[in-house]
Design a protein around this ligand. Structure first.
Ligand code: PLP
Length: 426
């Protein structure tokens, strides 16, 4: 499919039926696979042959969808996970262990920040959080001898900070480590991080990729560009023999697919965070219209952001598509066709007025979700980010009055009318 354009890949990549096979990707709702001999199955366990034997490691429905996303991102291989959280965790845990260190942007989704600063810290992996707007020199100071990766969001949730991907990639590579980016908000439709030097991409597919709020899921995609063998001591987990897998060296045996193969056969084997094939089927349906939906989300969000910016009761609006945004120039560079459908803003009267405004909305629903077809709104400081201290809130760009509006694909005049009637009540 690599010869086709992005829109065509959204619809058809990942699954090409042969003569007489189902036109639509089938749901292989089977935990296991039958073989004629024990020897044949033994070869699969030894990774001497490629084939399915247990769905916790691989499943044809899941693999077809992973392949589609790898093509959309321009990577060599991908693995689906049961959630975006699992993708963030696996992406780092695949190359880090107790005693290692990671440099991460401070502008992260609250759940990711908690995963890194609390749960993974308990596992012995330390994180240093950096302001994504820092210059190269300041970023460099965050690195230690045991740093193994850099992690950031290409468009942060909910602060909508556009990452200078090239700056982060340059500093990460100068320190001999990969740049891992969470590309959930822009999706590969709007941002292609591998083209700017990122090495690994993660997503919460729960958001625009699924797009209909039906299935929690995640994905990790490898560009295949990071040369693990250049740093054999630092990344011995990929280059040296894995005694838990018959002494195999992932880089020697699987080349550019080493990182994803290791995540599949080692992490999925031991930690088992695969999606159900049914959810992957639904994700695939979402991906078939990703190019159409994301375009509409962005068009609608641009109009809503422009409307909000002019309204006297709105104190501030943050949307990278607005010329007033601090990140407008970076958005034009990295997301030239649009950023996403999410806008953050505040109203006169601060936090209390924000809650009253939200309660008055009729079309937009208050939900703990973002980036699906239905317009929705959330107050992060009292929900997704409520576990953070005031200091952490400021660090990750979330002010107490911030409302996160996820503009859907409805008629934009209905969305604006709903906002207007709620603002009139303030
Ligand atoms: N990354 C980003 C940018 C997110 O917004 C979220 C969830 O909101 C996650 C990761 C976690 O994904 P999930 O909810 O699918 O576990």
């Amino acid at each position: 499919m690599s010869e086709y354009k992005f829109n065509t890949k959204c619809v058809q990549a990942g699954y090409s039926p042969k003569n007489g096979e189902p036109r639509v990707l089938p749901i292989y709702q089977s935990t296991t696979y039958k073989y004629e001999s024990s020897d044949e199955m033994g070869d699969l366990f030894d990774l001497k042959k490629n084939g399915y034997f247990y769905t916790r490691l691989q499943n044809p429905t899941n693999d077809a969808v992973a392949k589609k996303i790898a093509e959309l991102e321009g990577g060599v291989a991908a693995i689906l996970t049961s959630s975006g959280q699992a993708a963030s965790f696996f992406s780092i845990f695949n190359i880090c262990q107790a005693g290692d260190h990671v440099v991460a942007s401070s502008a992260l989704y609250g759940g990711t920040l908690n995963l890194f600063s609390v749960t993974m810290k308990k596992m012995g992996i330390d994180f240093t959080f950096v302001d994504p707007d820092s210059d190269e020199e300041t970023l460099s100071k965050a690195f230690c001898d045991n740093t193994k990766a850099v992690f950031a969001e290409t468009l942060s949730n909910p602060s909508l900070i556009v990452l200078d991907i090239e700056k982060f990639a340059k500093v990460a590579h100068a320190h001999g480590v990969p740049l891992i980016v969470d590309n959930t908000f822009p999706t590969p439709m709007n941002c292609r991080p591998f083209e700017h030097g990122a090495d690994i991409v993660t997503h919460s597919t729960t958001k625009y990729m699924d797009g209909h709020a039906t299935s929690v899921g995640g994905v990790i995609v490898d560009s295949g560009n990071f040369d693990w063998t250049k740093y054999p001591d630092k990344f011995a987990c990929i280059t040296a023999p894995d005694e838990s897998y018959h002494g195999i060296s992932y880089s020697e045996t699987f080349g550019k697919a080493a990182y994803i193969t290791k995540a599949t056969v080692q992490l999925m084997r031991d930690l088992g965070s695969i999606p159900s094939p049914q959810n992957s089927f639904l994700l695939n349906l979402g991906l078939e219209s990703l190019h159409l939906r994301v375009m509409r989300h962005c068009e609608n969000a641009q109009k809503v952001a422009e409307y909000l910016e002019k309204h006297p009761k709105v104190t501030w609006v943050n949307y990278p598509g607005l010329e007033s945004s601090k990140y407008h120039a970076l958005a034009k560079k990295y997301m030239p066709n649009g950023s996403c459908g999410v806008i953050s803003f505040g109203v006169l009267g601060g936090r209390a007025a924000a809650t009253r405004f939200m309660d008055s909305l009729k079309l937009a629903a208050i939900v703990t979700h973002v980036a699906d077809s239905r317009t929705c709104i959330l107050h992060p400081a009292s929900t997704t980010h409520r576990q953070l201290t005031d200091e952490q809130l400021v660090e990750c760009g979330v002010s107490p009055d911030l409302m996160r509006l996820s503009v859907g694909t409805e008629d934009v005049s209905d969305i604006i009318a709903d906002i207007e009637q709620a603002l009139a009540l303030l």
